[in-house]
Design a protein around this ligand. Structure first.
Ligand code: DC
Length: 224
């Protein structure tokens, strides 16, 4: 089985790139952030503090997560409810980042993520795929861009969705999430020693896509 691990900070374009690449390669795209978001959403809805390990751990036995790929798009079901759209809010992203610092949550999701890669070719994106989830991935990529470039892209994206956002606020949110994701004790965001680094600050979408494709092709060729 071939596995491509793409890690990096939020807003680096991992999911849009990974989706496109997976479609082209015919691999299954696995968005691990969506799983953390679903748990974050459940914590929000339950009124639990997403940073409180005991409170969130107590919720885990109530949670059943199902992942299905419908027309090439991953859908996440939280106790049977399709929450694929509900997990995309800024609040769910922040809650995901908070629950992602907790050991019981990471343990809860680890096996689900590994199992998905055992039986099919995958392109999996997240924060710890190359370092923890799939340490033997065929290709590991760390996709990044400056916080400023990511904030500008995010602001534009929100504007296109009819949700005008203030650049300074978006930038502050991105920096807060970067800090939380890279400073946690377990599985922090960092490049694996054998990851290829790609900084897309000065690249547009097509250039980033071409660069990623070349890295993947070279990585697969190297592993034979
Ligand atoms: O990729 P995303 O923005 O959907 O991820 C949301 C949060 O989930 C992210 O800020 C940290 C957490 N996360 C994680 O801890 N580990 C992963 N493999 C994926 C996401």
């Amino acid at each position: 089985m071939i596995s491509v691990a793409i890690d990096g900070p939020s807003g680096a374009g991992k999911s849009s790139m990974a989706k496109r690449l997976a479609a082209e390669l015919g691999y299954t795209y696995v968005d691990t952030g969506a799983m953390y978001r679903a748990i974050g959403l459940y914590a929000l809805r339950s009124g639990a503090d997403a940073h409180d390990e005991a409170a969130v751990a107590a919720l885990l036995p109530e949670i059943r997560l199902d992942i299905a790929v419908v027309d090439g798009t991953q859908h996440v079901y939280l106790n049977g409810e399709d929450v694929s759209a509900a997990i995309r809010t800024e609040a769910a992203g922040m809650a995901a980042s908070a629950v992602g610092t907790l050991a019981p949550v990471r343990a809860f999701l680890l096996e689900t993520q590994r199992a998905l890669a055992r039986s099919r070719n995958v392109l999996m994106d997240g924060r710890d795929i190359g370092t923890v989830v799939l340490p033997n991935a065929t290709v590991k990529i760390f996709l990044t861009a400056s916080a400023e470039a990511r904030a500008e892209r995010r602001r534009k994206e929100l504007l296109e969705k009819g949700q005008p956002a203030d650049y300074a606020t978006v930038l502050a949110d991105i920096k807060a999430r970067d800090w939380q994701d890279s400073h946690r004790a377990i599985a922090p965001l960092r490049p694996a020693a054998d990851a290829v680094l790609l900084d897309t600050s000065a690249m547009d979408i097509d250039e980033s896509f071409a660069a990623l494709k070349a890295i993947i092709a070279a990585g697969i060729a190297r592993r034979g």
